[in-house]
Design a protein around this ligand. Structure first.
Ligand SMILES: Cc1cc2nc3c(=O)[nH]c(=O)nc-3n(C[C@H](O)[C@H](O)[C@H](O)COP(=O)(O)OP(=O)(O)OC[C@H]3O[C@@H](n4cnc5c(N)ncnc54)[C@H](O)[C@@H]3O)c2cc1C
Length: 394
């Protein structure tokens, strides 16, 4: 018997789920809000762990293609202090395949493969328990019913309210992202500073991280503790010195769309740091504001027949290198369980068992990444170094 299955969202979770079902010759409908695959920039680089994201790709039959695309050398990690002194310079062994990097766009292309995604199908609401199954409402006014609806629609999931009242809350840490293009030819000094992988510089309640993507593209993340309204409310601003605030024009509030104003504000925030480190901000092109939100640690719900969640929709956590990995493994595991479930009762049992397994594993990661964020953007920068040494012993 073929179940009518829809997955909402074509991110790492939804596409891995669909690709593994496809691998098992099971039909699945992928509904994605973006109007086209290239409707927005795909984002930065992801490291896929051997026991998580790579395991999922293996279940989809895509491991060899991943290995051909990924960058094992991208695992390299350098840590500096704010005056530019190199504190750690970790290089992977040539045969190290534990956590190779891949651009998000390349990963999406790999997962999309033969999948028939329905683009421009934003979901507004999911209603379980109707006579014909689970009813899905779309932004364009259409409706469809399915036996199982899988919410893989990320942090601000429109499927989540069908099973849970939880909503994401702000962590107190904000990222402002910028990028550099063609770094090896246009900024050779920065290319050397970054190396083959990432460079991180930790200060008091702030950090700067730069990560190499493929093709000489680099993403830079200015990370700092601040109230959510740090850019509009100067009185609650970051404890910067007042002169720098004034120079940065913060008295009037900061327009996040004004590239030069954001750059000045960040340079003020990181004032006194070594010049080569600040060049990461000086040469950045556009700036994107990314306050970090999380769901409550150990988010679970009372099982609702016909609806479940995967990835960030289920357990949004701080971006410490595991969210996409978990999302993909969950997608692969749920797909295998669903493909092996012959009747409607079996399908519900399979989803129920999957949820128990997902909650237990995601709960452990949510705790450790929440604790990790406290140490990475911390009043005591030595905490970040200690965390690195615990995770990456030389
Ligand atoms: C700066 C940063 C760096 C990170 N680095 C890493 C890393 O190195 N390794 C790692 O494992 N994780 C990393 N993460 C976390 C990772 O990005 C997420 O955990 C991962 O993308 C979650 O995948 P997902 O498929 O659950 O959700 P998403 O990637 O958010 O995908 C959701 C999809 O659903 C679509 N959608 C949303 N709403 C609707 C709707 N109503 N209807 C239809 N479609 C909809 C969206 O357009 C999107 O395509 C990082 C996160 C950040 C912010």
């Amino acid at each position: 018997m073929r179940h009518r299955i829809a997955v909402i969202g074509g991110g790492p979770a939804g596409l891995t789920f669909a690709r593994v079902l496809h691998h098992h010759d099971h039909p699945v409908t992928v509904l994605e809000r973006d109007p086209a695959p290239d409707a927005r920039p795909p984002g930065g680089t992801l490291d896929l762990h051997e026991g998580l994201g790579q395991l999922a790709l293996g279940k989809a039959g895509l491991l060899a293609e991943f290995q051909a695309l990924s960058r094992p050398e991208g695992q390299a990690m350098r840590i500096l202090d704010a005056d530019g002194t190199v504190l750690r310079d970790w290089q992977p062994r040539p045969d190290d395949r534990a956590n190779p990097e891949i651009d998000r766009g390349q990963l999406r292309g790999l997962l999309l493969g033969p999948l028939d995604v329905q683009w421009g199908r934003g979901v507004t609401e999911v209603v379980p328990g109707t006579r014909d199954g689970v009813l899905v409402h779309f932004a364009d006014g259409r409706q469809e019913t399915f036996d199982l609806v899988v919410g893989a629609d990320g942090a601000w999931s429109r499927v989540r309210p069908a099973v849970s009242t939880a909503t994401p809350h702000y962590t107190g840490v904000t990222f402002v992202e910028t990028s550099l293009d063609d770094v090896d030819t246009r900024h050779p000094d920065l290319a050397r500073l970054i190396g083959d992988g990432s460079v991180a510089v930790f200060g008091v309640n702030r950090a700067l991280v730069a990560q190499r993507n493929s093709g000489g593209h680099v993403k830079v993340y200015a990370q700092f503790r601040a109230p959510l309204d740090w850019h509009t409310n100067p009185d609650r601003h970051l404890g910067l010195n007042r002169r720098a605030d004034l120079d940065a024009g913060l008295e009037a509030g900061l327009d996040l769309a004004d590239v030069e104003a954001v750059r000045s504000s960040l340079l003020a925030l990181f004032d006194g740091w070594a010049a080569p480190v600040l060049d990461l901000l000086r040469h950045g092109t556009a700036f994107a504001h990314r306050p970090l939100y999380v769901l409550p640690v150990s988010h679970t719900w009372a099982h609702v027949p016909g609806v479940t969640l995967l990835g960030d929709a289920a357990h949004l956590m701080p971006p410490l290198g595991v969210g996409a990995n978990l999302a993909m493994l969950e997608g692969a595991e749920l797909a295998e369980s669903v493909a092996a479930a012959p009747g409607p009762g079996d399908l519900d049992e399979a989803v129920r068992a999957f949820e128990e397994q997902m909650w237990a594993r995601a709960g452990r990661w949510a705790k450790s990444t929440a604790a990790g964020l406290e140490r990475l953007v911390s009043p005591d920068p030595t905490e970040a170094l200690a965390l690195f040494d615990e995770l990456q012993p030389s």
